[in-house]
Write a protein that binds this ligand. Structure first.
Ligand SMILES: [Zn+2]
Length: 194
């Protein structure tokens, strides 16, 4: 599995140009059909996705290329999940956040508890990402809790990304830099920074 740009034409062009690398061995990926269709719950309208599949020319492994608007095994757009985390750090309860997002309370509670359980790993990973993006970066200030510190590391990384590459929606960048496993249940290692 590899997290890629959400624009299919861009992914296709990168794939055909040999611009996408295997997350396991870093050899070039080539086109290899498509993954199964899935529906991503998004603000506005749901999006049907048929992600591209690619095959590594080195290790011959195949990878589904998931667009960065989502996270691995999550039905909801990463921007919505991120908004829930931000609201929680700002002091909102999960039921209120769920009502505001129009989603089941259990879904939101599930995200927040995964984020809290992985907060230390998330903070460490995104602190490293931020330093790779901006070697001049000063210390990241404590934000008052483990979860707030993790969100602060994400925010600092997103700012460093914007300074380096220009304005973008932050949460898809977060999905990409986390390799899609921001809220993974069985905590696989995060990929090294982009
Ligand atoms: Zn490979």
């Amino acid at each position: 599995m590899l997290i890629v740009c959400a624009e299919p034409a861009v992914v296709e062009a990168e794939l055909l140009a040999g611009g996408l690398l295997c997350p396991l061995c870093r050899a070039v990926l080539g086109p290899w059909g498509h993954g199964r269709e899935r529906v991503l719950r998004c603000r506005g309208a749901d999006r049907r996705l048929v992600p591209r599949r690619a095959r590594c020319r080195g290790c011959l492994g195949t990878h589904v290329l998931l667009p960065d608007i989502g996270l691995l095994r999550r039905r909801d757009e990463v921007a919505v999940i991120g908004a829930a985390v931000e609201a929680s750090v700002a002091g909102q309860g999960y039921r209120r956040i769920a009502g505001w997002l129009g989603l089941p309370a259990d879904t939101v509670r599930g995200w927040l508890s995964r984020f809290a359980a992985r907060a230390d790993v998330i903070r460490e990973h995104f602190t490293r990402c931020a330093i790779v993006l901006d070697p001049e970066l000063g210390p990241i200030m404590p934000a008052g809790s483990v979860v707030a510190d993790a969100l602060e590391a994400i925010a600092v990384t997103a700012r460093a990304w914007v300074l380096r590459f220009g304005p973008v929606d932050p949460w898809p960048v977060v999905s990409r830099l986390s390799g899609g496993v921001l809220l993974a249940t069985r905590a696989p290692a995060f990929p090294w920074a982009a």
